[in-house]
Design a protein around this ligand. Sequence first.
Ligand code: R5P
Length: 300
Amino acid sequence: MLFIGDLNNRNLSDALGQSLGVGVIYPDKHVFDDGEVRMRLEESVLDQEVYVLKSTSQPVDTNFLELLFTIDALKRSGAKKVTAVLPYLGYSRADHVFREGEGVPLEVIIKSLEVIGLDEAIIIDPHTIRISEMFSIPTQMESALPVFAEKIIELGLDPNKISIVSPDMGGIRRVKQLSDLLPGSFYAAINKDRDLATGELTNSQVKEGEIREICIVTDDIISTGGTMVRAVDLCLEEGAKEVYMFATQPVFAADAHEKLAKSKARRIYVTDAIPVPEEKMFPNLEIITLAPRIAGMLQR
Ligand code: R5P
């Protein structure tokens, strides 16, 4: 197996290489004066099975093109099979037509990967489980939830006092799964309304389940931070004494990190699915690596 690392996410790439016990091959990236990019492989990949790690986070379009160009280079260089390992796939929330006159960006992303010759995709905590139906090539899903469960156990929190809370109804499956990994815990889901034109959150209330003393609010993505901060406040209003946030993909758009740093959450846990730049780190934030989990999956 050959493993191509993500220049955009070197920490996860190096940790994954170590967990797999293989050297990480980084593509050579050249940016021309006009901003165009060339990706080049400096090692032979002929007849090899190759795994390419890529988080297509900000700058989303550039990272996505780098992924496409790398896959193209691998295919043209004779790789036998190319599998993309995608801890975060940008545009994954744009999975259907929300309003008349719009397209479906996620479908465009998927079609582009397939047209270029990708053989298989491994997706970590996809925003929609429908994603596997949207691909024509084989896909596999992996989840950060067992890693979150380990961390919650390590925190020594009493499962009988815990509610695993989804900040929106779309995440109900996720909280049920995490609750199953923590016997005795309960789950709850909040109803969230969003203005489709502005993206602004309008109304939220606990719609299903029960809020206990300790709340673990969990979501796939933290983008502006609005959804999670609102959910933490709601849990406290409903009687919770301590609230923790767990999310797989720290998109941390604009000033999300400032909003999160000021939130009433006791601690915020995210994974290295997306790298958090130094200037967006804050004291309350902890990054959990997904490397052993992804490595375990690739070795199965
Ligand atoms: C959407 O349904 C996702 O699961 C997240 O809840 C959403 O992306 C979070 O966005 P924001 O952090 O901007 O509120």
